[in-house]
Design a protein around this ligand. Sequence first.
Ligand SMILES: NC(=O)c1ccc[n+]([C@@H]2O[C@H](COP(=O)([O-])OP(=O)(O)OC[C@H]3O[C@@H](n4cnc5c(N)ncnc54)[C@H](O)[C@@H]3O)[C@@H](O)[C@H]2O)c1
Ligand SMILES: [Zn+2]
Length: 381
Amino acid sequence: MAEIVHVPLDGGRAYDIHIGAGLLTNVGEVVNGVARSNRAVIVSQPPIAKHYAKTVADSLVAAGFDAPDVVLFPAGERYKTHRTLEKLYGALYELRPAIDRKTLLVALGGGVVGDVVGFLAATYLRGLDYVQVPTTLLAMVDSSVGGKTGIDYRAGKNLIGAFHQPRAVFADTATLRTLPVRELQAGSAEVIKYGVIRLPRLIDDVIASSEFGTICGPRYPHAVLSGAIRRSCEIKAEVVTRDEYETTGLRAILNFGHTIGHAVEAATNYRRYKHGEAVAIGMIAAACIGEVAGVTPPQVRDDVRRAVFNAKLPSALPDDVSDDALIALLGRDKKSENGAPKFVLARALGDVVSGVAVEESAIREGLAMQRAKYTAEGVPS
Ligand SMILES: NC(=O)c1ccc[n+]([C@@H]2O[C@H](COP(=O)([O-])OP(=O)(O)OC[C@H]3O[C@@H](n4cnc5c(N)ncnc54)[C@H](O)[C@@H]3O)[C@@H](O)[C@H]2O)c1
Ligand SMILES: [Zn+2]
């Protein structure tokens, strides 16, 4: 049984997020209702296409689509570049018969596929429709929803991009069975984030999941997993609907843990940590900094830390990255204004305040607190 979360955008751009096990076989049927022609192109990466491209293609054909072309690019954040994009433009250009503006792109994969294909769809032929078929937990609860698309540029993550909403999202939770455990754990950091910013019971779901291995392990109750994904999507959908282009400050709450998290990722050249792992460290940092700033009660820090620890995510700042290095990187964050970093701080579990300018001395004190309290246990090898 699929669960559906509606994203009510204006101008005919509303779309549904479908969540459930085994949904890939229904993609064609649902896509039929939103596609403007019988032509679809699946864009994916080899490790994902190997498992799932045929199921999606068969479902499109069964629903009356022409046999879809499948275009692949290599897996890894390092391929989220204009070089990949250039190759994908070339691959689309070479397809015969030629594709047109009514052709639908199907982004089958994790956040990298979703971001790249979304941007491809935003730009090729001045804009194609696309659907997201997220296959990582992170993509299901976060990146596939909300229409932010883009690529990395030089040292900057997502520096080039566009807002371009998908026509539908299909989160088939059965695809998580082939996802490496470390990726599952990293994705659960974003679920914890939704718990902190809106719905504390998500934190309980993640904490409970440690008894079962991971939130997506075979023994973890499926209803709890799909419920956690649905609730995460509901929060993201609500925030995106009210602040689609990040102008009112509301969408910024999704960045809880990301201010220091992004600095940690950049300082370690995006190699050492998965995004969610850096966000876990950043959420502990935000709790410590919030505590120093007099906003966050110590109990909230303990709760966040317990969830992070249970999800087997790291809490400690990397020993070989100095506070000076992190603070220097904060000014370059896309979300900073005139070089001054803005923080999302928790007042309670489920209640955060965004756009808080914190004195550098308080940031330093918060980082010192984190370094003193949390040492390297849980750091990925
Ligand atoms: N657009 C947004 O709003 C938004 C939000 C958060 C993150 N992001 C972006 O998302 C990206 C990270 O996404 P991610 O964590 O999904 O990583 P990812 O897309 O790199 O996927 C991780 C790895 O798992 C493989 N994989 C994916 N699904 C699989 C499956 N079911 N079975 C086996 N292997 C599978 C991929 O090929 C890849 O090697 C970052 O680039 C980040 O900037 C975007
Ligand atoms: Zn994130």
